[in-house]
Design a protein around this ligand. Structure first.
Ligand code: CP3
Length: 354
């Protein structure tokens, strides 16, 4: 079971539960990343996958945003795609972008993908759990540690497209031509993801986030058939073991699907910058549902004054009620000046919401 030891700064854990906090807590998606020279220094000595598989170094880069910027949570350094390797989909980052050299497209390809149980994952992804242990050892219970995974639709999109995509034509083609095979794949992914996150919670992360970044490319009907049921399965599967696990769901492009995100069972919804934060907060009010977001990551490329005023604007839109975590609406970009990231974090932390 997850640790009961008191965390010194537990603002995020309280906000995730929609409890009152003295100030708004903040972290940034992809906060351990290339905009930090300290990250680049370590990355220049090894490949991205080598870094993911080196618990000592992965822990070190996980802690950098806390040491350098003072964020209110650590997200363990890894990637949503590393889980797919032991499931049978060969992954590389040789070009800097994720690539599956043999995309999963035929029924034969689909049959090769295996669902992993908790013990198989402990064995094949031991480095993930060792990274959590390393972070815990170094962090001394100062702030919470967040774990994460990709949701089945988003993971499947990389496996089937062979990498990132604009149109998502290959995965949609499979969805239309072979819906049974598509469901079988999503089912295998949801089993692995559930076990993967249960193991992370067992190892001591304090909350988890499920990334269904690309679920918003689906029509509303297809979302209900190919995304929502698997999000629900994972969330209820985790809660069958960790009764009160805190689970955040992220989708990029929430405006069409906010009702379905509510139905996922998550206790926090992470929203992108296109959504109006004030409207979303009003829409979910009274449902004990926390909201995370939603600063446009590109706005961190503006002037210092703009970063400050836009951050204040976001905080005003969030309003004074409990259950709000400041974050970006998607991952931080490599070209963001560290100083601007710091202004974002410090503006939130010095803002009084009372
Ligand atoms: O948030 C954190 O700091 C924790 C680590 C984290 C990474 N990726 C590190 C990373 C997390 C939570 C992710 C999630 C992730 N990875 C998602 C879901 C969220 C999202 O951004 O939509 C997705 C779709 C991926 C897949 C992925 N990984 C892509 C498409 C890329 C290449 C594009 C890019 O940003 O470079 C990655 C690589 C990646 N993952 C990097 C980092 C720090 C950069 C790799 C490098 O150092 O070269």
């Amino acid at each position: 079971m997850s640790t009961q030891i008191k965390i010194k700064n537990d603002l995020i854990l309280k906000a995730l539960r929609s409890q009152k906090t003295d100030r708004v807590p903040v972290w940034m998606m992809r906060q351990a990343g290339r905009y930090l020279p300290e990250y680049q220094a370590i990355r220049s000595t090894m490949s991205f996958l080598e870094l993911c598989k080196n618990p000592q170094k992965a822990a070190e880069v996980s802690l950098q945003p806390y040491e350098i910027l003072g964020v209110d949570a650590i997200i363990m350094f890894s990637d949503i795609l590393v889980l797919l390797e032991p499931m049978g989909a060969g992954l590389d980052f040789d070009t800097g972008k994720p690539r599956f050299v043999n995309p999963t497209r035929s029924q034969e390809d689909l049959n090769k993908i295996i669902a992993l149980d908790k013990n198989q994952l402990k064995d094949k992804c031991s480095y993930v759990y060792e990274t959590i242990d390393e972070i815990k050892a170094k962090l001394n219970n100062e702030i919470p540690i967040l774990g994460f995974a990709g949701a089945p639709w988003t993971l499947a999109s990389y496996m089937i497209e062979g990498g990132g995509s604009k149109e998502f034509a290959e995965i949609k083609k499979m969805m239309y031509l072979n819906p049974k095979g598509m469901h079988e794949l999503l089912e295998k992914l949801s089993i692995s993801v559930t076990n993967y996150l249960i193991n992370k919670l067992d190892t001591g992360v304090h909350a988890v986030q499920l990334f269904d970044t690309w679920a918003s490319v689906l029509s509303i009907e297809d979302y209900q058939e190919f995304a929502l049921p698997y999000q629900q399965k994972i969330i209820s599967g985790i809660r069958a073991v960790h009764l009160d696990a805190s689970i955040t769901l992220y989708v990029n492009g929430v405006s069409n699907v906010i009702d379905f995100m509510i139905q996922s069972g998550a206790n926090c919804l992470s929203i992108d910058w296109r959504a109006n934060l004030k409207d979303i907060r009003e829409y979910v009010s009274g449902q004990n549902l926390a909201i995370q977001g939603n600063f446009d990551p590109c706005a961190l490329l503006g002037t210092k004054d703009q970063v400050k005023s836009k951050t204040l604007r976001m905080l005003e839109q969030a309003g004074p009620g409990p259950g709000y975590i400041a974050n970006l609406g998607h991952g931080i970009l490599p070209m963001v000046p560290v100083e601007n990231a710091r202004i974002f974090i410090k503006t939130v932390q010095s803002f009084s919401n009372h």
